[in-house]
Design a protein around this ligand. Structure first.
Ligand SMILES: Nc1ncnc2c1ncn2[C@@H]1O[C@H](COP(=O)(O)OP(=O)(O)OP(=O)(O)O)[C@@H](O)[C@H]1O
Length: 946
């Protein structure tokens, strides 16, 4: 049975031009079955089946007693069909007067026609289908709708609206279908459902789902401009399913005011209003979006009651009065709404109930009124009144309009929507890509595979870093012995050069004495004998020097080859193995590092050190020591010649020799200064080389650094034994001493020349014409390590001594006694007296006649300064050069000098002495004027000595 047809047809028929339509309130009447008690009071025999309860409807009456033989009730409502019922029809026997239930009263026999009439046998779903289901169509179409149950107490309003768990009523059936429809329209539109549930009790509005809100005064009603009634503070709930709705209803009903009355054991003492708000929005919306809203109100009114019948008292009585008042207000509103012609005022404001129902009755709403009546004669008056009001309500017309709000979507909103959807699309694309990659890598293995790849990558990188470090370590280990070999090579090369220089110097001196002797003393047999001894000694020393030069040259070559071999091995060790887990970039990087180490830090750096040391350092210092000794030796011989001159009465010649004597000593001072500069050069050259390679500064490990930190150690023994040398131990000691001397931080102090017997003494360091001490020297002297420097100086002195002793041993020359003063170094000079007098073991600087030198022969400070400062140079510049080898030596000495020393041109000692000697002798022969002018010529020099 479908009853929405007439209502819809009526609404359609009354459609207006502006889209709204006029609709009448649909009025349905439901007649509840007799209760058990009522049935017991019915007369026998029971009523015909047509009018009696069905087996299903009488399920609640199973325990009902059998009808009484003394009936006190009769049935006053007879349903004719789905639309017609008869109130208080006459008895079947034709008696127009009732004798049961209403004393001696005429039957009214009123026929009512309603939109729907449901008899006692009707089911819950029948009522829902015929009344509320059509409202759902309206709500989904955007129209407000209201269904309310009206009737006297105990007539079945609550049963119809709520029902029971076994037989649910309109609320459940409506909400179930609403959610079904929402689900069906999900693709087309978005539907939001929310609900509120309240009661009007004693003219107070209470939120059944939030009973605490509103307090005793209850919630306030508000009417807005959109012709809708709202309750301020009413809680809104959003159910997602019909089950949640039922849960909310149970919760609300538990809070509802219910009481047992005479008429109903579970009488609702309030009007309950459930409002379901439905908001719909089409999913495929463009710039214009139609949003429809509708509210379905389902109202369970409290039942009217007659006080005399209800026989209530106290609170129940007062509740009943309020209920009746509100229902009376509802009745007045219905009366006014029905009186269309007079357009009476509709007294909505007379009660909270009518205010709530204002737009449901007279506004934009489709309304269904389910009128519940009892068939029993005990409800005779209530049923009569109820049917009369229901019949009147049929005439109420409402104007329904669709609640559609056309929303123009602003461009910004549209853009926002596009952005939103674009992001959604991207997100989905990412998900798809992730799913595809997961599928591609075996589903769940996707993420672990990524982690495994990352771990493998990390492992590879770690291995590569380790490999690089290994290679670095190998390179470092491979280069370590090279440093020692390099030092050995450098030392030997320096010593070789030293031997070579001094052999040359000695040769020059021998030539000079040869000339001197030939010119001045060849006729003297004693002097000839003495000269032969001297020459033999010098020749022997020269041979030794040449031999040692060759030996050390071979050693240097040997160590050079060792270096080359070790470099080759180091290069091989530093090669990156093909199996090393390196990327091409890392392999290239390692190769570059190796090249940098190989080419820059080690080979180039150490060779540079070696060359510097070789050029400026040890050989020059040793050469000066040797020159000093030779100078002393020559002076001794010159003095001997002078003695001879005096004895022959040649005073001018003797004076000239004195001058040569002093000039030679001055030259020695200059040589000492150069030696000190050279030693400084050694120190600089031996420090760690800092080289710029590809923009980065490299500091190769230096053995000096480690040794200066206290880990002094001698260079390792060479892998291959150097050539044998009869004076090997002595030479080795000399080399070792040289090595230690080079390690010294400070150069040794300038040695002092000391002639035994006090005839002559060179100035000590403070008296030497050297540069004043600079800031660095002052800092060193103030530094705590100054004592260390002193020790180093002593070591250096000791080294010089060891060289001297080595030379002496190789030349079989005894050493003169050492001075007690540590700041002075005794000249390591051969004692020619041992040559001239083999039996003599004297080591002192004495003339063969053991005569002290005259005081006039002692160098004085001023003279020394003057000689060293310029006189000698001028003389050297003026003098002719006869001996090419000496000139070559002097040029070499110049080249080997420290670059800082080159700024002050100095005459090489050998050439200076030779030229001074030559010039002085020439001057002595030419006369005092020539000597004083210092402009001697070669011709003058060739003059006979005498
Ligand atoms: N159609 C029906 N079928 C079976 N039982 C019904 C029917 N209608 C009502 N009843 C029963 O009648 C009794 C009273 O019904 P109900 O409580 O719904 O009346 P009411 O109108 O809500 O009363 P009140 O106004 O006092 O709340 C209940 O026991 C209910 O089960």
């Amino acid at each position: 049975m479908h009853t929405s047809g007439p209502l819809a047809a009526a609404a359609a028929a009354n459609a207006t031009r502006n889209g709204s339509s006029e609709a009448a309130i649909m009025v349905a009447v439901r007649v509840r079955p007799f209760s058990a008690q009522e049935r017991a009071q019915l007369p026998l025999p029971p009523q015909p089946t047509h009018f009696g309860p069905t087996a299903r409807n009488l399920s609640n009456y199973e325990d009902a007693p059998a009808p009484s033989s003394q009936p006190t009730l009769r049935k006053v409502v007879h349903t004719i069909d789905d639309h017609v019922l008869v109130f208080d029809p006459p008895s079947e026997d034709g008696d127009r007067r009732s004798t049961v239930g209403a004393s001696n009263r005429r039957h009214k026999d009123i026929r009512f026609v309603f939109d729907r009439v449901y008899g006692e046998e009707s089911s819950q779903s029948d009522v829902y289908e015929g009344t509320t289901r059509g409202l759902l169509d309206s709500v989904m179409g955007g129209y407000n709708a209201t269904v309310f149950a009206y009737g006297a107490t105990g007539c079945g309003k609550t049963y119809t609206i709520s029902g029971s768990a076994e037989d649910p009523g309109v609320i459940f059936l409506t909400m179930r279908e609403l959610f079904e429809r929402i689900a069906a329209a999900e693709d087309e539109k978005t539907v939001d459902v929310s609900l509120s549930y309240l009661e009007v009790y004693n003219e107070t509005i209470r939120d059944l789902l939030a009973p605490e809100s509103g307090g005793m005064a209850g919630l306030a009603l508000r009417e807005d401009a959109q012709q809708s009634i709202t309750v301020a503070g009413l809680s809104e709930h959003v159910p997602g399913s019909v089950e949640q709705v039922i849960g909310l209803m149970e919760r609300g009903n538990a809070n509802r005011t219910m009481s047992a009355t005479e008429a109903n054991a579970v009488s609702s003492r309030s009007h309950a209003v459930l409002q379901v708000h439905v908001r719909q929005r089409p999913r495929a919306s463009g710039l214009q979006t139609d949003v429809t809203t509708a509210t379905l109100s389902i109202i369970d009114l409290a039942g009217s009651e007659r006080a005399t019948v209800a026989r209530n008292s106290g609170a129940r009585l007062r509740e009943g009065a309020n209920i009746n008042r509100s229902l009376l207000a509802l009745a007045n509103c219905i009366n006014a709404l029905c009186d269309v012609k007079t357009k009476r005022h509709v007294p909505y404001r007379d009660s909270k109930l009518t205010r709530l129902l204002k737009f449901s009755l007279g506004g934009n709403c489709r309304t269904v009124m389910i009128t519940c009546v009892s068939p029993a004669s005990t409800y005779y008056e209530e049923t009569h009144n109820t049917l009369k009001y229901a019949n009147r309500a049929k005439n109420i017309k409402t104007t329904v309009a669709r609640n559609t709000k056309s929303t123009t979507v602003h461009l910004a909103q549209y853009q926002g929507k596009i952005r939103e959807q674009s992001e959604e699309i991207k997100r989905l694309q990412r998900e798809i890509a992730a799913l595809r990659s997961r599928q591609g890598s075996g589903g769940r293995a996707g993420v672990p595979a990524k982690q495994a790849a990352a771990a493998a990558d990390l492992r590879k990188q770690t291995q590569a870093v380790q490999a690089v470090q290994d290679i670095r370590n190998r390179v470092s280990r491979a280069y370590a012995p090279i440093r020692d070999a390099q030092w050995q090579c450098t030392s030997n090369a320096a010593v070789e050069r030293w031997f070579g220089h001094h052999a040359e110097a000695l040769r020059g001196w021998r030539e000079q004495f040869e000339t001197l002797f030939q010119e001045h003393g060849a006729g003297d047999e004693r002097r000839t004998e003495q000269y032969r001894g001297l020459r033999q000694q010098v020749d022997e020393l020269m041979r030794e020097l040449v031999r040692e030069q060759k030996q050390t040259g071979k050693r240097a070559e040997h160590w050079g080859q060792t270096i080359e071999r070790q470099l080759y091995e180091a290069t091989r060790a530093a090669q990156v193995p093909p199996t090393a887990p390196l990327t091409p970039e890392q392999r290239y990087q390692v190769e570059q590092e190796r090249l940098v180490l190989d080419l820059s830090a080690e080979r180039v750096g150490l060779r540079r050190q070696a060359e510097l040391a070789e050029h400026v350092a040890g050989d020059l210092a040793k050469q000066n020591a040797m020159l000093l000794r030779l100078t002393a030796s020559c002076m001794f011989n010159l003095r001997h010649v002078q003695e001879e001159m005096r004895r022959a009465g040649d005073e001018r010649g003797a004076a000239a020799v004195d001058q040569v004597y002093l000039q030679a000593i001055a030259t020695y001072g200059e040589a000492t200064r150069m030696a000190r500069e050279a030693m400084r050069g050694v120190e600089r050259a031996a420090g760690p080389a800092k080289l710029q390679v590809d923009g980065s500064t490299l500091t190769p490990p230096s053995p000096y650094v480690a040794r200066s930190q206290g880990r002094a150690r001698e260079p390792p023994v060479a892998p291959a034994a150097p050539p044998a040398n009869p004076n090997g131990p002595a030479i080795s000691a000399a080399v070792a001493g040289t090595t230690r001397a080079r390690r010294a931080v400070q150069p040794p102090p300038p040695p002092a020349v000391r002639f035994t017997g006090g005839t002559a003494r060179a100035q000590d360091a403070s008296a030497e014409p050297s540069r004043p001490a600079g800031p660095r020297a002052r800092r060193l002297s103030q530094h705590p390590s100054a004592s260390t420097s002193t020790r180093a100086q002593r070591r250096s002195s000791t080294s010089a001594d060891s060289i001297s002793s080595a030379l002496r041993s190789s030349a079989n020359i005894s050493s003169p006694p050492q001075p007690a003063d540590a700041s002075s170094i005794s000249l390591p000079s051969p004692s020619l007296s041992s040559v001239s007098s083999p039996g003599s073991s004297s080591a002192s600087w004495q003339s063969p006649h053991h005569e002290p030198l005259p005081a006039s022969a002692r160098p004085v400070k001023g003279i020394l300064k003057g000689a060293a400062g310029g006189g000698g140079h001028e003389a050297a510049a003026a003098g002719p050069v006869r001996m090419g080898s000496l000139r070559m030596r002097s040029r070499q000495a110049r080249n080997m000098a420290n670059p800082t020393a080159r700024t002050t041109p100095t005459k090489p000692p050998v050439a200076a002495i030779r030229e001074l000697t030559f010039k002085s002798l020439a001057s002595a022969s030419a006369g005092p004027a020539a000597a004083a002018s210092a402009s001697g010529s070669a011709q003058a020099a060739k003059k006979p000595w005498r």
